[in-house]
Design a binder for this molecule. Structure first.
Ligand SMILES: [Zn+2]
Length: 61
């Protein structure tokens, strides 16, 4: 068992993203198929690119 394959990688389209919601600061989940992110709190949907840009503009914590 030299390698570990995550059995959920191919089945779960949602990937937990390391970004905060631009509206409420909740956790964003990336919807890999459509390149979008959805907030688990307020359900806002953002384009991944937009989240990336907004995050880059702010200093990392
Ligand atoms: Zn939110």
């Amino acid at each position: 068992m030299a390698e570990f394959d995550n059995p959920y990688v191919d089945e779960d389209p949602f990937v937990r993203a390391h970004f905060d919601c631009l509206d409420c600061g909740g956790k964003l989940w990336e919807y890999a198929i459509q390149g979008q992110m959805v907030c688990e709190d307020c359900r806002s949907v953002f384009r991944s690119e937009r989240v990336f840009d907004a995050t880059i503009e702010r200093p990392a914590e």
